[in-house]
Ligand binder design. Sequence first.
Ligand SMILES: Nc1nc2c(ncn2[C@@H]2O[C@H](COP(=O)(O)OP(=O)(O)O)[C@@H](O)[C@H]2O)c(=O)[nH]1
Ligand SMILES: [Mg+2]
Length: 331
Amino acid sequence: MAFIDEAKFFVKAGDGGNGCVSFRREKFVPKGGPNGGDGGKGGSVIIRAVKGMHSLIDFQYRSHFKAERGEHGQGKDMHGRGGKDCIVDVPVGSVIRSVDTDQVLADLTSDGATFIAAAGGEGGMGNPHFASGTNRTPRIATNGKAGEEFWLKMELKLIADVGLVGLPNAGKSTLLSKLSAAHPKIASYPFTTLEPQLGVMQYKYHEPCIIADIPGLVAGAHEGIGLGHKFLRHIERTSVILHVLDAADENVKENYKIISNELALYKEELAHRTQILVLNKKDLLDESDIETLIIYFRLYCQNVMSISGEMGDGIDYLKETIALTLEQGKI
Ligand SMILES: Nc1nc2c(ncn2[C@@H]2O[C@H](COP(=O)(O)OP(=O)(O)O)[C@@H](O)[C@H]2O)c(=O)[nH]1
Ligand SMILES: [Mg+2]
């Protein structure tokens, strides 16, 4: 199960330029032959998949894409210049559908894959095309064809790399906003009050990654208590689990076990998934108490660190750890 990001947009290719009616004018030649140029072809709207884009968020701000029209032909056999194509970059993995028919038009699965979403109109013909033995001075030319236009919709399946877990109030939402550079808007989710939130983390030269906040985990979630159960399946495909604990909560040790148990009871293999344990809200504790907690939790998890999501303390170190952990997993 993956998250779906959706966008709807309009594409309009350029119209073709019109052909021209024109005749040669030369000294001593009263009526020269036809020399009207052809119209240029309109530009097309081309959708191109590119690596490194991870959301359709840009399409919230721009929903119309138009290519340039072709120039009209002119006298002296001057053909109109073709219109420039309009290239629309989308993330790899985008599926393009027609709004009218819902039919899948393209499934852009590889970097650099392209799809002509709207073809530019052909240019019209200048009057030389209509000259014949009986008509040496044709007064006809044709107009360019209109460029295609469509409403399209695009879907992107987002598979989170990192799942944020922790009891309510541990500081997951706050942390997600600090870790991520962008928040893809997710298509309507069947649960209205509580939705998994996604963030795209982009740190230094590392590949961007997607982090999902899995809300609503409480004791008994694996049996369907709370809404957490609905979201647990999103964790199944994440390669790293980021466990957030409120270090200032006096029950911090029990809280850790509650979440660990829920994960293991939901699926045994989740207990063995690579985990980063984050002791949050360090600003509320003494340094020595934090140190003691870190030593304690190292018995359970290799990767333990303390941060303050709210103050932004330790965030860069955490980002680097997340990025390196993901890269290590890919080797
Ligand atoms: N003192 C302190 N409070 C924090 C920190 N991070 C989050 N909080 C507060 O803890 C509460 C719960 O945070 P939230 O991000 O909504 O937790 P969530 O339920 O896990 O998503 C909010 O009032 C936050 O302002 C932190 O690092 N230090
Ligand atoms: Mg939250």
